[in-house]
Design a protein around this ligand. Structure first.
Ligand code: PLP
Length: 382
């Protein structure tokens, strides 16, 4: 339907060789040497002393992470309101309740002040919060220097949802390593993909071994099939892990390419009235620029993001609104949302944000097409 997509997979060619090798060796059944290699390479990439567990999706990794945190029915879990539903759904899988927290002003990620407000509200009502999911949206790292001490003080287990931020560096550390557990996604639209997949990251090997056990149908160590705990079929197949091994080898290059895409938009859109690049930027680190997002001030630009989306679509260019906050989703109606603002910042971020084609294989000619079309949509409106 489109000929320029938001974030299509970018294959290097090596994937084909490694998948062929997996097939030649007959390791097409679940697990195998590429799963081991992918886990080893992921752990080594994110940081010294880290281990990885490869699973079938980022959502599955979050589900396992919440269970490792001891979350069960009736528990409360902090979650940013502005995120993809995959961050919040696993809270419901366990029968727990999400406590949504607003974004910081000008960004998308968890606002430390709103977080404090949520925690003091819970404390005054005598409610205990079991875990917190902190998300690095659109590749931008959350403000961990402020957030982690707040959560640690209350003894809250921290899960970093780094589904969108693999390759981002903040304060010298890679995203995925800030919480007690980190979660990655290798869904088709991510910076690297296994077509579908995810991973759990931790320094604590025992935690990952427990998750590995649950993810493999919780099969007890017995010669027959014996099960004492509830398990899932969540492991990644060896074929997909072969794709992951090849993709991970190109990750640094993909970060550079996505950052170039972002920089070209930033330069080209500088003079467009009412339009600027959204987010808080590198802040001394390196954002992977998974998606390039623009902020449209409809009054100044004369058009709303949805008008621009329609104009781009008429030229077969895909664009998308930013994630709709969870507290505005019918699925989560009635859930708490905490904000220091009279009107949550996430609501205006949602109204103003538009994600543009950001893939690492986007050529300059293709990007020029997007820029021309965007410019025309705004000039026409004025
Ligand atoms: C922030 C965030 N969390 C969780 C997920 C879920 O990952 P998956 O699609 O691999 O289940 C995604 C992406 O899809 C995501 O963007």
């Amino acid at each position: 339907m489109f000929d320029l997509y938001l974030s299509p997979p970018h294959l290097s060619g090596e994937e084909q060789e490694l998948v062929a090798d997996a097939i030649r060796s007959n390791w097409v059944a679940p697990l195998g040497p590429y799963v081991d290699a992918f886990e080893r390479d992921l752990g080594a990439y994110v940081g010294e002393g880290f281990h990885a567990l490869a699973v079938s999706s980022g959502t599955a990794a979050l589900h396992l992470a919440l269970r490792l945190a001891g979350v069960s029915a009736g528990d409360r879990v902090i979650c940013p309101t502005m995120t993809f539903v995959g961050s919040a759904n696993p809270i419901l899988y366990l029968g727990a309740t999400p406590i949504f927290v607003d974004s910081e002003e000008g960004g998308w990620n968890l606002c430390p002040q709103s977080l404090k407000k949520a925690l003091s509200g819970a404390k005054s009502r005598g409610e205990r919060i079991k875990a917190a999911i902190v998300v690095d949206l659109y590749g931008e790292s959350a403000q961990y220097q402020e957030i982690l001490p707040i959560l640690r003080k209350e003894g809250i287990f921290v899960i970093e949802d780094a589904a969108e931020s693999l390759g981002t560096i903040d304060g010298g550390r890679r995203c995925g390593t800030f919480g007690d557990l980190g979660v990655l996604s290798f869904n088709g639209n991510k910076i690297i993909t296994t077509s579908g997949g995810g991973a759990l990251l931790s320094r604590d090997k025992a935690l990952l071994d427990k998750a590995r056990f649950w993810a493999t149908q919780a099969r007890d160590p017995a010669p027959h099939y014996q099960h004492s705990e509830l398990g899932y079929n969540y492991r990644l197949s060896n074929l997909l892990a072969a794709v992951g091994v090849a993709q991970l080898r190109r990750l640094e290059e993909r970060v550079t390419q996505r950052r170039q895409v972002f920089d070209r938009y930033e330069t080209a859109l500088r003079d467009l009235p009412g339009v600027r690049m959204a987010g808080l930027g590198d802040q001394g680190g390196r954002v992977n620029r998974w998606l390039s997002v623009i902020d449209i001030d409809s009054r100044r630009a004369g058009v709303a993001p949805m008008d621009v989306l329609r104009t781009l679509a008429s030229e077969k260019i895909e664009s998308r609104p930013v994630w709709k906050p969870m507290h505005l989703q019918p699925l989560f109606s009635g859930c708490e949302v905490h904000s220091i603002a009279a009107r949550p910042y996430s609501e205006s971020a949602f109204e103003r944000g538009l994600c543009l084609p950001s893939g690492s294989a986007l050529t300059t000619d293709q990007q020029d097409r997007v820029i021309r079309c965007l410019g025309a949509a705004i000039k026409r409106a004025r």
